[in-house]
Design a protein around this ligand. Structure first.
Ligand SMILES: [Fe+2]
Length: 499
């Protein structure tokens, strides 16, 4: 695709991909935007060298009457004209509004909120849980509804983009109004491919609204690089050097396009993404990366019978360093709730009622030694209110984390909230073909819904509540949202029951 002449000065609005905020701390938040007057060109339609200056404004009210602060931040060409402003010196637990300007152009306004002070005891908190937004499989209607929720933050647990070739004729979205640019008809391999894929997703008004409404804590799963990759091992066992080059391109584009701090900027094919946040003394959040350091899936991946290979204690889904970091963090936690925000299903899921059943080798079921070490570490740490947040499976589940998944009478160690997809899998259905079977085969599974949507989780000193939002469909835009189910788990007595 030929690049047109760079725009100089900015004669076209560069704020085509919206604004975002992320990783709020008590005194700091990251503000993000990307200058892209021509978002479907590799260089955004801007000069290939240097940096453009962007002015930022922060206020304590939406109309910017109560002016607080402003300044200038560069949008370097080397970062694909993205801005990552790590704003410090803010007040804890406060709402802020922000916007950017360059030339005569002004961005949409974003809203964000800092975390409470470290020693605060907030009454409660409410957050959204999201994953899996395959652009060509449906509209991001769920995100339009999420933008209207009153949330402290959003946790996005993977599959922000997909790496597939997009068939403009076959997908859920039809490009009659705006034909799909030709750059999306092949699989993502290069830095340019990944950058453009983020531009495509971020062009969506519902995704822009969801980012503008709330601060996001993001982590990735596989499709930000390639389906079911494991560490340095690609799905189809590409040469490691080839795959690491792809991973480096994917990680770089991910960092550029997410509201992440400089500390997470990748170095080659390595990027530190796991990190810890607090909501006062109410909750500790450990965002995990179960892709970058995992052992290759056992038995060639897919759904397989467990055996010596999958049960090898040397296997890991987190890598040793991240596992130590996680267990150290649980040991020193003083939070009421300890929340692991991560990618793939944590609880065991059998797909038959027989004693011996195939399990998903890509989820924690394929890494049972890792799961046992995390649960043992949480137990030693005296973590009484363990919560795992997951995505990946494109269905909603509410599950109890059992000491022994084969014994429904064994202790419940925590709860797992699995969110369905925003759009992956087209419309889905309330009760998929395996609905009856999975609920029968897994007594710790309290809820299963196969429609699109997201989850709203509320925490206070006494309990966790998970509201499972669903949509009738995403292949056509504009579906209303309903709360399909509401489950609660009491502090000190984990286990889901319907509210
Ligand atoms: Fe997905």
């Amino acid at each position: 695709m030929a690049e047109t002449t760079p725009l100089s000065p900015l004669s076209v609005n560069p704020f085509t991909l919206g604004v975002a905020s992320g990783d709020p701390l008590p005194d700091s938040v990251v503000l993000w935007t990307r200058l892209a007057p021509r978002p479907y060109e590799p260089g955004n339609g801007l000069p290939a060298d240097g940096a453009l200056d962007v002015q930022w404004e922060l206020a304590s009210d939406e109309s910017f009457r109560h002016f607080r602060r402003n300044g200038t931040v560069p949008a370097p060409a080397a970062d694909n004209h993205t801005v990552h402003l790590d704003l410090r010196g803010l007040d804890p637990g406060r709402d802020y509004w922000y916007r950017f300007r360059t030339g005569r152009w002004i961005s949409p306004t974003g809203h964000t909120r800092t975390a409470p002070a470290a020693d605060a005891r907030p009454q409660g908190m409410t957050f959204g849980l999201l994953s899996c937004q395959q652009y060509d499989e449906g509209y991001y209607t769920a995100l339009a509804h999420l933008a209207q929720e009153d949330l402290d933050a959003v946790f996005f647990v993977g599959d922000y983009i997909y790496e597939n070739a997009i068939d403009a004729q076959a997908g859920a979205r039809h490009y009659t109004d705006a034909p799909l640019p030709p750059f999306f008809d092949h699989w993502t391999w290069t830095l340019t491919d990944y950058r453009l894929r983020y531009a495509l997703g971020r062009s969506d008004p519902d995704l822009q609204a969801a980012h503008a409404a709330h601060p996001w804590y993001v982590t990735w799963d596989d499709h930000e690089v390639e389906n079911n990759y494991a560490g340095d091992v690609s799905q189809n066992n590409d040469p490691v050097g080839t795959f690491r080059a792809r991973r480096a391109a994917a990680y770089r584009a991910y960092w550029e396009n997410m509201p992440l701090r400089e500390a997470h900027r990748p170095v080659g094919a390595d990027m530190l993404l796991h990190r810890r946040f607090h909501h006062g003394r109410l909750a500790q959040f450990d965002l995990l990366d179960t892709r970058q350091y995992r052992s290759d899936q056992a038995y060639g991946d897919g759904w397989q019978y467990p055996g010596p290979e999958s049960e090898d204690p040397a296997r890991t889904i987190t890598g040793d360093a991240q596992e130590r970091w996680l267990l150290d963090g649980l040991r020193t936690s003083t939070a009421r709730w300890n929340v692991l925000a991560q990618q793939v299903a944590f609880c065991r899921r059998k797909n038959t009622t027989a004693d011996r059943s195939r399990l998903s080798m890509d989820a924690w079921d394929g890494y049972p030694a890792s799961r046992a070490r995390v649960l043992a570490g949480a137990g030693r740490a005296g973590v009484e209110n363990l919560v795992v947040l997951s995505g990946d499976v494109h269905v909603h589940y509410a599950m109890d984390i059992k000491e022994d998944f084969d014994d429904p009478a064994s202790r419940t160690l925590g709860v797992e909230v699995v969110t369905t997809s925003v759009s992956s899998g087209f419309d889905g259905q309330e009760k998929p073909d395996d609905w009856t079977l999975l609920l029968a085969a897994n007594p710790h599974m309290k809820f299963y819904d196969g429609r699109r949507g997201y989850v709203v989780v509320s925490l206070d000193e006494g309990r966790l509540q998970a509201d499972y939002r669903t949509l009738s469909g995403v292949v056509t835009p504009g579906a209303p949202v309903i709360t399909a189910a509401r489950f609660v788990s009491e502090a000190g007595a984990p286990g889901f029951s319907p509210a």
